[in-house]
Design a protein around this ligand. Sequence first.
Ligand SMILES: *Cc1c(COP(=O)(O)O)cnc(C)c1O
Length: 363
Amino acid sequence: MSRFWNDRVRSLSPYVPGEQPKDKRYIKLNTNENPYPPSPKTLEAIQRAANGDLRLYPDPTAQGLRQVIAERYGTSVDRVFVGNGSDEILAFAFAAFFGSRRSSDASDSPVLPLLFPDITYSFYPVYAQLWKVPCQTVPLMDDFSLRFRDYLVPCGGVVFPNPNAPTGRALDVEEVLSIVEYQEKRSTVVLVDEAYVDFGAQSARSAVSRYANLLTVHTLSKASSLAGLRVGFAIGQEELIEGLRRIRDSFNSYTLDRLALAGAEAALSDGAYYDEVNRRLVRTRDRSAEALRRLGFIVVPSLANFLFVRHPKREGAELFQILRDRGILVRYFKKERIDQYLRISVGTDEEMDTLLRVCEELV
Ligand SMILES: *Cc1c(COP(=O)(O)O)cnc(C)c1O
């Protein structure tokens, strides 16, 4: 604590990102980055954009990038918002849509809590704390599946990743839309964080035209191999997009720089490359899951680019440390219900083979 901090900063417990160590070269399976590089066309576009125009501010409306996204996903430019990583969009959405009464509510009615799963992306409680959004966690089932019926209750908002992180389990789009439909009647926003949707799950984004309360949030960090560029986008009807814009323009109008705009446009126009890369990744995931099961691991069924696993005979924390000592970084969460689990990002075939060899020795 510092005497210079105000009450707001004193009260925070910030998010702790997965480590990016510099001490030696690890097989890095801890932050769900794509093991394959961005496409050659993406890299060329970024290199081309590194020119004298960098003295000029970027387009604050990101018109070109939003156009590419709108075309690719069959929506209109006015229904697309872009941000400096999807984390930024999540932060804006919490600020814009959650934690207050609706204009239609009585002024003395309580603020209803935002709902999210007890085991989920650990940034949600951090944003809730930052913006003072009352929230309530909803326990996942014992097998870590999310029961959509638990979200058919009056509340101040709903947010969850689909597929969920760090479990990798996904809901069918019909289940997602049951939540959206129930909450639409109560003017409650449902935010579906689709960071991992391109690894085999069903996206809800095409339902945005039917539901004014649905915001789907996407990132180029995972399926587009661009975690280092920081680009995310959201799809929602104009009212929600305008809400996000009002927050952004009260904060920082130029959230995406010229290189990010150029790289993101090129990546989203080069779908064939990324589809191929991610098909390969999915094959590696499924094969690795099978191999881990044969070694006695419990592997949660995953539609994401990571596996959530535990071994009945080895402590999670111990496995994490041994793997780390052997040069393989995975993610371990010291948290109730999941402290025996490891989250393993899917790497290249070669990286996964090394992981499997070490696991075989250990168990
Ligand atoms: C990785 C991740 C994000 C953040 O993505 P960025 O675009 O890199 O900020 C958001 N939500 C979930 C669930 C994630 O796993």
